[in-house]
Ligand binder design. Structure first.
Ligand SMILES: C[S@@+](CC[C@H](N)C(=O)[O-])C[C@H]1O[C@@H](n2cnc3c(N)ncnc32)[C@H](O)[C@@H]1O
Length: 211
């Protein structure tokens, strides 16, 4: 297990190798299989076929990750669970959280990518960060950023990983729920934006990707 570095590894193995209760924040951005099935991304051209080549996770596997996140988080620690509109609409986060009864939904932040995506009706430009907290649930003294709004506009990072998340919001969330030197975990790290955010905010990082 390496800290503050990239490593090729199964995320579930990483979560299970960490000391229980050692993390203050887990950022989890699963490669959700059902989204591809729903949107048939493989037929939509270059960028989408790059996405479809990434290792997909069936919902049962994602639920196993969520259960392991429940173990690795310390008391009142947070998970940021990234989902798209399809997953939110299907209530996938509600199903996933049954895998870890100690984890409670406490907030939802909308990311406006300021782009012009796909969609047979409205054109997608949004993703959602479901904010989850391990019991005991409390905001006072744990969530320190009282000016962060629940809608965040930041251009999707260009180049790099096809699912890269916004660096600015990632840093704000890290600073909102962790302190200097705390451990932040990303078990499906993709382009390692969370590692970069940890370096820039002075947090410890443990993360990996199978690719
Ligand atoms: C949605 S992307 C993450 C993007 C990342 N948040 C970023 O900002 O670049 C999901 C990643 O999960 C990885 N992945 C799939 N199965 C995995 C597993 N079992 N363990 C670790 N990573 C996995 C994929 O390779 C992909 O890079």
């Amino acid at each position: 297990m390496k800290f503050n570095a990239r490593q090729r590894m199964d995320g579930l193995k990483l979560l299970r190798a960490l000391e229980p209760g050692s993390a203050r924040l887990v950022v989890f951005d699963p490669q959700y299989r059902a989204v591809l099935d729903h949107q048939a991304y493989g037929n939509e051209g270059e960028r989408q076929s790059a996405r479809s080549k990434l290792r997909q996770m069936p919902e049962a596997k994602i639920a196993e990750f969520v259960a392991a996140v429940g173990d690795v988080l310390g008391r009142s620690g947070h998970m940021v669970l990234w989902l798209d509109k399809f997953s939110i609409g299907e209530g996938i986060h509600l199903r996933l959280l049954t895998a870890a009864p100690g984890l409670i939904r406490v907030d939802l932040i909308h990311w406006n990518k300021l782009g012009f995506g796909m969609g047979p009706r409205s054109r997608g430009t949004s993703e959602y960060a479901v904010i989850v907290q391990k019991r005991p649930v409390r905001a006072k003294g744990v969530w320190t950023d009282r000016s962060l709004r629940d809608s965040w506009s930041e251009k999707k990072p260009r180049g790099g990983h096809p699912h890269a998340k916004p660096l600015g919001l990632t840093k704000r969330l890290i600073e909102a729920v962790t302190r200097h030197g705390d451990l932040v975990v990303d078990p499906a790290a993709g382009g390692y934006g969370v590692l970069r955010a940890c370096r820039e905010t002075g947090r410890e990082f443990a993360g990996c990707d199978v690719a």
